[in-house]
Every structure is written in C-alpha cells, then in structure tokens.
Design a protein around this ligand. Structure first.
Ligand code: ATP
Ligand code: MG
Length: 395
C-alpha cells in the first residue's frame, strides 16, 4: 500500500477558512517550515475544517525530530518517553507537535520501534479512518490525501484505513471511535468495517479501561450521546463494557434513559464550549433506574433508604464494570441522585428544607433538576424556585 502518489486538492477544491485555525498552530507550522522542515496540520482538525467546524484541537505532524522542534521554539518542552512529543505552550494553550512516524503504535510487534520515524505517508497510514488521515498545508492551501479521505468526507463515508480486522485487533478502541464518528456526523459505515466489528467485538476487553472510559465520557459530552449509546448497544459493545447498565437499556427503563441522554445532548450543544460536569452525565444514566425503584416502593422509601439505593446503583453500574468511573465522579453522582429527593420530595413535606441550598456542591443537583425538567416540563417551576433560593443564599 506504501508508495502511492497522494491526491492533492487546492483552494479551488475546498473552502477551508483560515480564521477557524488557531493562530498559535499557524505560527508553529510557519516556524517549522521556515526552518526547512515539512509540517502539516493533520487528523481531526483538518476533517473539522473541511466540515466548516471550528476544531477543538490542532495536531501538527512534521519531519522535524523532537529535539529539532525544541531548538526552534523557546516555549517548547518534550514529553513522553515511548512517544516523544513536543508541546509548545502559548499561555494556557498547548500545541502538540509529533514527528512523522512509521508503523502502528499499538501493534505489539512494533512496540519496540515506537520512535522509528517515517514519511508523511507512513504517518497517515497509522491513523484510524480515511476522514482523519488528511494533511493540510496552510502556506499553500493544499490538502494532501494518501487515503481517499477527501472524497470519503464529501460522500459522508466512514472507512477504516487498511484492513479493518487488522486495525481493530491492533487497537480495539478504534471500534468505539467508529461508532463515535457515526453518531457525531451520521456518516455511513462500510460493510467491511461492520463485519470486522462483528468479528472483533470481544477484543475491546483488551484495551486500557481508562482510555475506553475517556472515549465514552467524551461522547457523553459531545452532543451526540443518545445516538452513540444506541450504537454501542446495537453493536454489543455496551454489554461487554458495562453489562449491568446495558441490561437496563434493554428493558422498561430504556426510553427514560434515552430521553435523559437527549436532554444531555441539547444542554451540551447549547452550552457551546462548557460541557455538563461528568458526574451529571453519569447521573443521567442512573437516575431513571433509581427513580423507577423508588417510585415502585410502597410505602415510599425514606431518605436513608434512598441514599442506600443510590449507593448500590452507583457501585454496581459505575464501579463493577470493565472501566471504573473515578471516585470523584461516583461520589458527586451519588450526591446528585439522592438530592433529587430533597428537591422534589416524594411526599408533601411539612417543612421545605431550604437550607440545603447552602450545601457545598448544590450547583450540581440543581443543574440536574434542570435536565430532568427538559423531559418533565412541570419541574421547571420547581427548578426556578430552587434557583431563586440558591441565588438568595449564595449571592
Ligand atoms: P475529536 O474531534 O473527538 O478530537 P479526533 O479524530 O481529532 O476527534 P483525537 O483523539 O483528537 O480524535 O485524535 C487525533 C487524530 O489522531 C485522529 O484524527 C486520528 O488521525 C488519530 N487517532 C486517534 N486515535 C487513533 C487510534 N486509536 N488509531 C489510529 N489513529 C488514531
Ligand atoms: Mg481531536
């Protein structure tokens, strides 16, 4: 597969807007090129620019070795032992620069050769999907395409680079990434890739639990959590990673959970750059399950029993699984869940416990109440009421 001439697209073919590109990234690219190196914007950033979206992050690949990058930029540090990367700091903002590499970073046989440098083409062939394999040179507006990613992007096609069975085995997280792009962009998956997913599904249990959780949490933040969880369920990945939670997605709780995820998506899209706290995202998955248990008890459970129930659910669903949600998220999630029964008590209480608004972290259960109100409009009044009280108590 190596040695193909890339397709080149010029500014006549695309409409990349340079005002969507981070100034520091342009500065770094220029610095590298002026020092005589090849340097491109690569990966998801180029894809987003072609889709006329402002990319979240800008990755740069270059022929310069890490030490050479460091010599060019004063504000540069080298990180990572196995994968040497250059981080160039601009205030709080960091631009990551990687040297073109050959081989697949997660292929066991190649692991010893991680820092074997490669050509731009070899670097692209290590990437996951053709739409993520484009290089862009802002100095002459050229897109360099070794894998047909430009045409795939136009056709809304999601396609693995190389043999999908091999690529999914080398790094099973790619299966989740495929569903992520399917959910986020609605692009079409290829028969070959779907078959490979079917064959390699169980390999997912060989990936790093922390990396998997990070991809899943990012999807919960992405504005496309609802379609993503439908896909994770349909393709059997949720059953493998979170079997207990997955069972609830298949029974009478399903519609309520999907409705919560829908609410999460609309709030995350509205908020733009600031996404809902991860504990709120976790609580969105669990609240419908907790609430059904609470509502079916007669007589209704007291606060102590509700706290026990939430604790058990959080432990069973978010801890006893392939990936553990971190302790901070679990604790806040449990707090959010149980506080719902203070904000919207089961029985008419004689006295509203308004002092809870002064409790540390009250903001989280309050935002969660707003999320519930998106699907149960009657709760909006209650939400406004608590918001008012909270404002008065914490001016
Ligand atoms: P997002 O918009 O979520 O950031 P992204 O495609 O930019 O999506 P990143 O995790 O930022 O995802 O990765 C940047 C680039 O690195 C990708 O576009 C892809 O080219 C490459 N990449 C990321 N993960 C993998 C992987 N598991 N296997 C191969 N290449 C990958
Ligand atoms: Mg990215």
């Amino acid at each position: 597969m190596l040695g193909v001439e890339p397709k080149i697209y010029t500014s006549d073919d695309h409409h990349i807007r340079h005002d969507l590109i981070d100034k520091s990234a342009l500065h770094v690219l220029k610095g590298l090129q002026e020092a005589g190196h090849t340097a491109y914007l690569v990966g998801g950033g180029v894809r987003d620019l072609l889709m006329r979206k402002r990319p979240k992050d800008f990755d740069i690949s270059t022929s310069a070795k890490p030490e050479e990058v460091k010599a060019i930029f004063r504000n540069c540090i080298l990180i990572g032992r196995r994968f040497r990367l250059a981080h160039i700091r601009f205030g709080r903002h960091i631009i990551e620069v990687a040297t073109f590499r050959a081989g697949d970073p997660s292929d066991d046989e190649l692991i010893v050769r991680d820092n074997i440098w490669g050509s731009p083409e070899e670097d692209v062939l290590r990437r996951d999907f053709t739409i993520n394999g484009l290089c862009y040179d802002p100095s002459d507006h050229r897109i360099i395409d070794y894998v047909g990613g430009f045409e795939d992007l136009q056709a809304h096609t999601l396609r693995s680079i190389g043999d999908p069975i091999l690529r999914f085995k080398q790094d099973p997280v790619r299966m989740i990434r495929m569903l992520k792009f399917r959910a986020r962009f609605g692009f079409h998956m290829q028969e070959e890739d779907l078959e490979a997913l079917n064959n390699c599904r169980e390999e997912i249990l060989k990936s790093s639990p922390a990396r998997l959780l990070e991809e899943i949490l990012r999807m919960l933040e992405s504005g496309a959590a609802e379609p993503f969880f439908r896909l994770m369920l349909a393709h059997g990945l949720l059953d493998l990673l979170f079997p207990k939670l997955s069972a609830y997605f298949r029974d009478s709780h399903a519609e309520e959970i999907f409705a919560m995820l829908n609410g999460v998506d609309s709030m995350n899209k509205q908020q733009g750059y600031k996404t809902l706290d991860r504990s709120i995202l976790a609580a969105a998955l669990l609240f419908p399950i907790l609430d059904m248990r609470v509502q079916e008890q007669n007589p209704p459970p007291n606060m102590g029993e509700i706290m026990d129930l939430s604790h058990t659910l959080v432990h069973e669903l978010l801890y006893e699984a392939y990936s553990h949600f971190p302790r901070r998220i679990r604790q806040d999630c449990q707090f959010i869940l149980q506080m719902q029964y203070r904000l919207t008590p089961l029985e008419k209480q004689r006295r509203f416990r308004t002092k809870i608004v002064r409790q540390k972290g009250f903001r989280l259960p309050l935002i969660f109440l707003k999320l519930r109100a998106l699907n149960h409009h009657a709760l909006f009044k209650t939400y406004e009421h608590w918001k008012q009280l909270s404002k008065q108590a914490n001016p």
